[in-house]
Design a protein. Structure first.
Ligand code: HXC
Ligand code: NAP
Length: 269
C-alpha cells in the first residue's frame, strides 16, 4: 500500500470509463483506499467486474450507463450518484476514444466522435458535478490527458487536439472554481501496458519497439502508476495543488532523438 490505509474513507468518486483499462485500476485503487465508486460509461458489459472488485474491497459501487457526449446523461450521472451516496468528492474524467487515422482521411464524424468524447465529455461531466462539490464545500477533479497533447500528434489529430483542449480546460476551471475549493488537475500518461490505448496505437511490434526507444525508463507504464498519481492529486497532500498536469510517462515527452548518448560515451543508451 503506497498511501495511508483508508485515507479516502467517506469519500465518493465518479470515474468515467471506470470499467476498463486505466479507469478500471483507478476505480479499484480509489476503492482500496476507502472511496465509494461510481463508474459511468456506455457499455454495461464493462461494469460487472469493477462493481465486484469495489464491493470485494468493502466499498459501495454504482455503475451507470451513460454517454459523456450528452450533457443530459452526465447530469443524470451526478444526480444518481448524489441520490445513492449523498455527495461527490472526486471526479476522474477518464473516458476517451481514439484510433489511428491520418488527418487527410479522417471523416467529420471520426473527428467529432473523439473530440466530443474527450473534450466535450470532460466539460459536461465536470459541469455536472460542480453543484454538488460547491454545495459541500469542495472537491477534486482529475482529467486524464495524453503526452502528445503539447506535441504534434501524427495520425491522432483528433485526440491530440482534444487532449490539448482538456489541458487548457484544466487550468481555466482550476482558476474559476478555486473560490469553491474545487481543485482541477490533470494526470498525463505515456503509453501504459495492458490497455486498449496501447493496443490501438502501438499494436504492431515495430511501432512498440520504436516507441520504447524514446522512453528513458525503457518500459511501458503500469496502470497502477497512473492510479497512484490520481490518488496523490485527490489526497490532502495535494491540497495546495490546482491546475497542475502530472506527467506519468517515464520521461518520454522531453526525450528527443538529436542527442542520444551511447553506453560508451555517456552510459544512457
Ligand atoms: C478511421 C474510424 C475508425 C478508424 C471509427 N472511425 N474508427 N475512422 N479509422 N479506425 C470513424 C467511423 O468511420 C465514423 O465515421 C466515426 O469514426 C464514428 O464511429 P462510430 O463507430 O460510429 O463511433 P462511436 O460508436 O461513437 O465510437 C467512438 C470511437 C470508438 C472512438 C470511434 O473507437 C470507441 O468507442 N472507442 C472507445 C475506446 C477507445 O478508443 N479507447 C482508447 C483510448 S486511448 P463515419 O464518417 O464513417 O460515420 C487514448 C490514448 C492512447 O485515448 C495513447 C496510447 C499511447
Ligand atoms: P479504454 O480502456 O478504452 O478506456 C476508455 C473508456 O472510456 C472505456 O471504459 C469506455 O467505456 C469509455 N468511453 C468511451 N467513450 C465513452 C463515452 N462516449 N461515454 C462514456 N464513456 C465512454 O482505454 P485506456 O487506454 O484505458 O484509456 C483510458 C484513458 O487514458 C483515456 O483518457 C486515454 O486517452 C488515456 N491515455 C491512455 C494511454 C494508454 O497508454 N492507454 C496513454 C495516454 C492516455 P465504454 O466503452 O463502456 O463506453
Amino acid at each position: 500500500m503506497v498511501f495511508r490505509e483508508g485515507f479516502l474513507e467517506g469519500r465518493v468518486a465518479v470515474v468515467t470509463g471506470g470499467g476498463t483499462g486505466i479507469g478500471f485500476v483507478v476505480s479499484r485503487e480509489l476503492a482500496r483506499h476507502g472511496a465509494d465508486v461510481v463508474v459511468a460509461s456506455r457499455n454495461p458489459e464493462h461494469h460487472a467486474q469493477i462493481v465486484r472488485e469495489v464491493e470485494a474491497l468493502g466499498r459501495r459501487a454504482l455503475a451507470l450507463q451513460a454517454d459523456v457526449r450528452d450533457p443530459e446523461q452526465t447530469k443524470r450521472v451526478a444526480e444518481r450518484a448524489l441520490e445513492r451516496f449523498g455527495r461527490i468528492d472526486i471526479l476522474v474524467n477518464n473516458a476517451a476514444g481514439n484510433f489511428l487515422c491520418p488527418a487527410e482521411k479522417l471523416t467529420p464524424n471520426g473527428w467529432r466522435a473523439v473530440v466530443e468524447i474527450v473534450l466535450n465529455g470532460t466539460f459536461f461531466m465536470s459541469r455536472a458535478v460542480l453543484p454538488a462539490m460547491r454545495a459541500q464545500g469542495g472537491g477534486s477533479i482529475v482529467n486524464i490527458g495524453a503526452n502528445y497533447a503539447w506535441l504534434a500528434a501524427p495520425h491522432v489529430a483528433h485526440s491530440g487536439a482534444a487532449k490539448a483542449g482538456v489541458l487548457n480546460l484544466t487550468r481555466t476551471l482550476a482558476v474559476e472554481w478555486a473560490p469553491y475549493n474545487v481543485r482541477v488537475n490533470a494526470v498525463t500518461p505515456g503509453p501504459i501496458d495492458d490497455t486498449e490505448g496501447v493496443r490501438r496505437l502501438m499494436g504492431d511490434p515495430a511501432t512498440k519497439r520504436a516507441v520504447l526507444e524514446t522512453i528513458p525508463l525503457k518500459r511501458l507504464g503500469r496502470r497502477e502508476e497512473v492510479a497512484w498519481a490520481v490518488l496523490f492529486l485527490v489526497s490532502p497532500a495535494a491540497a495546495y495543488i490546482t491546475g497542475h498536469n502530472l506527467v506519468v510517462d517515464g520521461g518520454m515527452w522531453f526525450n528527443h532523438r538529436m542527442f542520444r548518448p551511447t553506453a560508451t560515451d555517456g552510459g544512457l543508451a
